[in-house]
Ligand binder design. Structure first.
Ligand code: BG6
Ligand code: MG
Length: 216
């Protein structure tokens, strides 16, 4: 029995553009510089850490309570965007791939840093595609800590070594490896070097191809 654990943002749907718009609006209000290129640094990174990075890029410091307050403001902006997400935004090949592997008996989990993961899954109509969902409300340690994926394996009733992680962020690939799991890099060329096998997208992909490439 095997389990496939999927990151959400950047693997199932491209929410980075909405995170960018939310952070950009907040940054503009606070007079902070923040570009689309800076946004690349925030992929896979927790909400709080994202804002700390924006502050660091600007050479600014802030007390923890203020950081938390502004993260809440950014999230309110972000939620306005994701409320309008539709199933059309599911990335190419994802739905067919998950449907097919489940038909083959592979168990599936979501392992996301986002506290909004369930809202997004619901908007995409993908809730029934996962046997377990571990989101940012259920973990205390951010990727590259393996907590989110280890909880995913546990929820599937599987050993971590029997699970494969799909990730678009370096922190996520490292988290999978830290948890003793193989990691498939998805889409983002930055993970090419550190993942066990890279796929540009899920289009035309099968479990047989993945497992052959991973030597399983
Ligand atoms: C990750 C995203 O999945 O979730 C990050 O890649 C984001 O960019 C993080 O910061 C936390 O998301 P949220 O929705 O809880 O702010
Ligand atoms: Mg991601």
């Amino acid at each position: 029995m095997k389990g496939y654990i999927f990151d959400l943002d950047g693997v199932i749907v491209d929410t980075a553009k909405y995170h960018y718009l939310g952070w950009k609006r907040l940054a503009d209000e606070l007079g902070l510089r923040f570009t689309a290129q800076d946004n690349e640094l925030l992929k896979g990174v927790s909400r709080i850490r994202s804002f700390e990075i924006i502050l660091e890029l600007n050479g600014r410091e802030m007390p923890a309570e203020e950081i938390e307050k502004y993260c809440t403001v950014k999230n309110e902006y972000y939620v306005q965007y994701i409320r309008r997400i539709t199933p059309d935004e599911i990335l190419p090949g994802v739905r067919g791939f998950i449907r097919e592997i489940r038909r083959e008996g592979i168990r599936t989990a979501l392992g996301s840093a986002s506290k909004n993961a369930r809202t997004i899954l619901d908007r995409l109509g993908l809730e029934s595609y996962f046997d377990a969902v571990i989101d940012g409300t259920m973990v205390s340690k951010a990727k590259p800590d393996p907590e989110v994926f280890l909880k995913g394996a546990e929820a599937l009733g599987l050993d971590p070594g029997d699970c494969i992680v799909f990730e678009d962020a370096v922190a996520g690939i490292v988290a999978a490896h830290n948890g003793g799991m193989k990691a498939v890099g998805v889409g983002n060329a930055e993970v090419r070097e550190c993942c066990d096998f890279f796929i540009p997208s899920f289009s035309g992909l099968t479990a047989a191809v993945i497992e052959k490439k991973l030597g399983l």
